[in-house]
Design a protein around this ligand. Structure first.
Ligand code: NDP
Length: 315
C-alpha cells in the first residue's frame, strides 16, 4: 500500500517542495496540514500534484484546540499514519512586540514548538498501530539554533537559560514572552523554538524509540533563502540574502533540492537511524551532524518536555 505522511505547513517553501517530491514517487498519500485551505490547494496545483496523491486538512498550530480537532479529523479518516513531518514555522525577525497564540503563548515558540509538541504527542499512539515497515517522526530543525556553527553564532544567539519564561507560560503579562525570561526578540524566539524542536526529537527517541520502533529524526536542509520564512524581513535583507548565501557562505539550497532532502528523511531506506540530526555536504550527500551543546543537552530536553506537557495540558 501507499504510505501516509502528514506534513505541516505544506502550503509553501520546504513543506510544499517535500510534498511535491514525495507525490512524484507515487508511493505516498500526503496529508497537507495547513492553516489556509485555499492557499494549500492552489499550492498543490501549482506544483502539479495530482488529486489522488494528497488531501488538504485544516491545522492551525497557533491554536491547541485546532491541533486536537485536526488529530480527531485525521483519525476519523481511518487512514494509518506512517510518517509525521513537523515542518511549519513562523519567523518574526523584525517584530517590535511579541504576538501570541490562541492560548496566549508567544507566537514563534507557541507555533513552532508547542503546537507541534501536542500534535506529535497526540498522534504517537495512533502511529504505533500502523504496520508500515519504517515509521518516522521528523521535526525540522535549523542551523541557527546550533551555536556550534558560524550561522548559529550570529546574534541574537539561541539560549533557553533556566527556562523561567517557558515555565511561566510565555504570556508576556506576568511572565516574559521569551523562554529564558529576557526581553522579546523575534529572531531569538525563532532560534529558541528550533532548539526546542531538536531537543524534543531527541527526548522522543529516548522515551519511545525502543518501545515503538519509530525513527525520530531532525534535519537542517540547508539555507533555503527564497522561502516565505523571510517574508517579514526588511526588503533589503530579502534582496541580498539569497545571493549572499549562494556566493559567500555557499550554504544556499533551492527549494526543490531542500524538498528532496526532507523527502529522503521521510522515505530513504538508508536514513532509518533514530535520534539524529541530518545535514548534507557540498555534494548533497547526507551525514549525521553534531548538534550544539545546548541542542543536545539531555537535562534540558527532559525539562522542555516536562514543562511543555504542562503548558499544552498533557500533564
Ligand atoms: P515558509 O514560510 O515558506 O513555510 C512555513 C509554513 O508554515 C507555511 O506553509 C505556513 O503556512 C506554515 N505555518 C505558519 N504558521 C502556521 C500555523 N499557525 N499553522 C499551520 N501552519 C503554519 O518557510 P520554510 O519553508 O522556509 O520553513 C519550513 C521549515 O524549514 C521551518 O521549520 C523552518 O524553521 C525550516 N528551515 C528553513 C530554512 C530556510 O532557510 N528557509 C533553514 C532551516 C530550516 P502559510 O502558507 O499559511 O503561511
Amino acid at each position: 500500500r501507499k504510505g501516509t505522511v502528514i506534513i505541516t505547513g505544506a502550503s509553501s517553501g520546504l513543506g510544499l517542495a517535500t510534498a511535491k517530491s514525495l507525490a512524484e514517487t507515487g508511493k505516498w498519500h500526503i496529508i497537507m496540514a495547513c492553516r489556509d485551505f485555499l492557499k494549500a490547494e492552489k499550492a498543490a496545483k501549482s506544483v502539479g500534484m495530482s488529486k489522488e496523491n494528497y488531501k488538504v486538512m485544516h491545522l492551525d498550530l497557533a491554536s491547541l484546540d485546532s491541533v486536537r480537532q485536526f488529530v480527531d479529523n485525521f483519525k476519523r479518516t481511518e487512514r494509518p499514519l506512517d510518517v509525521l513531518v513537523c515542518n511549519a514555522a513562523v519567523y518574526q525577525p523584525t517584530a517590535k512586540e511579541a504576538s501570541f497564540t490562541a492560548e496566549g503563548f508567544e507566537l514563534s515558540v507557541g507555533t513552532n514548538h508547542l503546537g507541534h509538541f501536542l500534535l506529535s504527542r497526540l498522534l504517537l499512539d495512533y502511529m504505533k498501530q500502523s504496520d508500515y515497515p519504517s515509521k518516522r517522526l521528523i521535526i525540522v530543525g535549523s542551523i541557527t539554533g546550533n551555536t556550534n556553527t558560524l550561522a548559529g553564532n550570529v546574534p541574537p544567539k539561541a539560549n533557553l537559560g533556566d527556562m523561567r519564561g517557558l515555565q511561566g507560560g510565555l504570556n508576556g503579562l506576568n511572565t516574559s514572552s521569551m523562554i529564558d525570561g529576557g526581553d522579546f526578540d523575534g529572531a531569538k524566539a525563532y532560534k529558541d523554538s528550533k532548539v526546542c524542536n531538536m531537543l524534543t526529537m531527541q527526548e522522543f527517541h529516548r522515551r519511545y524509540h525502543e518501545e515503538t520502533g519509530i525513527t525520530f529524526a531532525s534535519l537542517y536542509p540547508g539555507c533555503i533563502a527564497t522561502t516565505g520564512l523571510f517574508r517579514e524581513h526588511i526588503p533589503l535583507f530579502r534582496l541580498l540574502f539569497p545571493p549572499f548565501q549562494k556566493y559567500i557562505t555557499k550554504g544556499f539550497v533551492s527549494e526543490e533540492e531542500a524538498g528532496k532532502r526532507l523527502a529522503q528523511v521521510v522515505s530513504d531506506p538508508s536514513l532509518t537511524k533514530s535520534g539524529v540530526y541530518w545535514s548534507w555536504n557540498k555534494d548533497s550527500a547526507s551525514f549525521v551532524n553534531q548538534l550544539s551543546q545546548e541542542a543536545s543537552d539531555a537535562d534540558k530536553a527532559r525539562k522542555v518536555w516536562e514543562v511543555s506537557e504542562k503548558l499544552v495540558g498533557l500533564a
